[in-house]
Design a protein. Structure first.
Length: 510
């Protein structure tokens, strides 16, 4: 009879499950339920338990929309109003002994609106089998995690991530991991949270390395975040305060958020370019939890002792424009050119159609250039940084789009799924295993040693690892975009003007 693995944590004993050569523990609470008197508060440690706690199923998801179509068709969340242990994490370990393996902590994305570790594409088995202890977590999203609410700390979702990292520091050795060799890695909103974690005082010392994949470059001032939260609360006839919102069920807040998302382009003259993005939430630069936007702080030397791997996909925004109904209207294209472009992108891309320029502009402004500038800032501050771009794709419609990178790193996109796609490239099903292995191997090597296997980034040579059917190392591939954005300063996004005023600022940043 097989004895299921057991591990004693600071809060009590958990019993997991053997799945092949990996021990898996799911649904371990790292913080108390964020409901009742703890709603909209900073996380506190989970309560201790007696006896043995089964850790074989994922914990309940945090409150989020149940009918929102995820860009990766993730498992739907729910917005139950109970006090379930939704702030939980999961551990995959190939060795529960004293091996002190490198630890990789995954912070998933989802436009700050979705978060569910039960998504099968976040399965950590292949990474763990590669020689690391893999951890994933649920953290608060939407109004619960990122809205600016009077009487509540900002960035509650990131505070949850920090609480999970403290759990890792205190408990991961019992799962075979090395608490002194922790790498955080995340994609999209998760990648932007990691960039924030690099410069947050409360996260200092909790990780040694960081991987930021396809980070959106949006960080909000308190003034902008307050305007957005006020608008969402007004959908329910409420004010954006703890006292009023705590009386409103999470489901009603997600529905109010969805209503505001539909109207966001109407606010572009007051909220600025963030009104043209898919989400009304981003980390808030509050001067305390997050003192400033990451580019400025990194350039001054913040986190110079943390190794950083940063990059993006080639066709980031095509994920959005290729979806049914995703083709932009003429008005949406005009608004993007007016509010996003640093220069006339028609000059940079003379042969592109307006729709193609719209896609390139959003790809650059929202994902590619924030990542490149983050690498520049980290280098300026004296840190060790490596840069990559994913160019390989498996289908003509989406290209190397947003989210493809983490599917390859986790190895959860299979050859059969690729082969079945209606616009699959002829040889993609034969290539995917190798491309996936290449990226995963480099990520694991980086976590283990601090070097992914190619030369560090330098703004003079701009050395970049380019992942295709065969990976290469060469100067940064998107030179036209780099030149177009070379003088742009990514920083904190601010409100342009108050409703009803005519004193529009000259820029979208503080």
């Amino acid at each position: 009879m097989t004895v299921e693995p057991r591990v004693r944590t600071a809060a009590g004993v958990v019993r997991g499950r053997r799945e092949g050569n990996v021990a898996v523990f799911r649904g371990i609470p790292y913080a108390a339920p964020p409901f009742g008197p703890r709603r909209f508060a900073a996380p506190v440690a989970a309560q201790r338990w007696d006896g043995i706690r089964d850790a074989v199923v994922f914990g309940p998801p945090v409150p989020q929309a149940t009918n929102r179509a995820s860009v990766m068709s993730s498992v739907s969340g729910r917005t139950d109003d109970g006090s379930d242990d939704c702030l939980s994490l999961n551990v995959w370990s190939p060795d529960l002994g004293t091996a002190r393996l490198p630890v990789m902590v995954w912070i998933q994305g989802g436009t700050y609106l979705e978060n569910n570790c039960a998504n099968p594409h976040y399965d950590g088995a292949k990474l763990a089998a590669s020689g690391v202890v893999m951890v994933s977590m649920n953290y608060r999203v939407g109004v619960e995690g990122f809205a600016h609410i009077a009487g509540a700390p900002d960035n509650r979702g990131i505070l949850d991530q920090i609480a999970a990292l403290r759990w890792v520091r205190d408990n991961i050795a019992a799962f075979g991991g090395d608490p002194d060799n922790v790498t955080v890695f995340g994609q999209s909103a998760g990648g932007a949270c990691i960039a924030a974690l690099l410069v947050m005082p409360s996260a200092a010392g909790l990780f040694r390395r960081a991987i930021s994949q396809s980070m959106p470059g949006t960080y909000f001032s308190e003034r902008l975040a307050a305007a957005i939260a006020t608008t969402i609360a007004a959908e329910l006839g409420a004010k954006a305060t703890v006292d009023e919102l705590a009386r409103i069920p999470p489901r009603a807040l997600t529905e109010a958020t969805a209503a505001v998302i539909q109207k966001m382009p109407e606010f572009v003259e007051s909220w600025g370019p963030m009104a043209l993005t898919p989400t009304p939430f981003s980390p808030v630069v509050d001067g305390a939890v997050l003192p400033e936007a990451p580019w400025r702080a990194l350039a001054r030397g913040a986190a110079r002792d943390i190794d950083l791997l940063v990059g993006h996909t080639r066709d980031e925004y095509r994920l959005y424009t290729s979806r049914p109904g995703g083709a932009p209207s003429d008005a949406r294209i005009a608004a993007a050119f007016d509010h996003l472009a640093p220069t006339d992108c028609r000059t940079a891309y003379p042969d592109a159609t307006p729709g193609q320029r719209y896609e390139l502009l959003n790809t650059d402004w929202l994902f590619r250039m924030p990542s490149l500038h983050l690498a520049d800032a980290a280098h300026t501050g004296g840190g060790s940084v490596w840069l990559y771009e994913l160019c390989w794709s498996f289908n003509r419609e989406q290209g190397a789009s947003h989210c493809l990178d983490f599917l390859l790193v986790f190895g959860t996109l299979g050859a059969d799924e690729v082969r079945a796609h209606r616009s699959a490239h002829p040889n993609a099903a034969n290539e995917i295993t190798q491309v996936s292995t290449d990226m995963r191997t480099d990520w694991v090597n980086f976590a283990a040693t601090g070097g992914p296997g190619w030369a560090p980034y330098d703004p003079r040579t701009r050395t970049t690892r380019v992942y295709d059917a065969t990976p290469t190392t060469r100067p940064y591939p998107e030179e036209r975009s780099r030149r177009m954005w070379s003088t742009h300063q990514f920083d904190t996004l601010d409100r342009l003007r108050a409703p009803g005023s005519n004193d529009r600022k000259s820029g979208a940043q503080e």
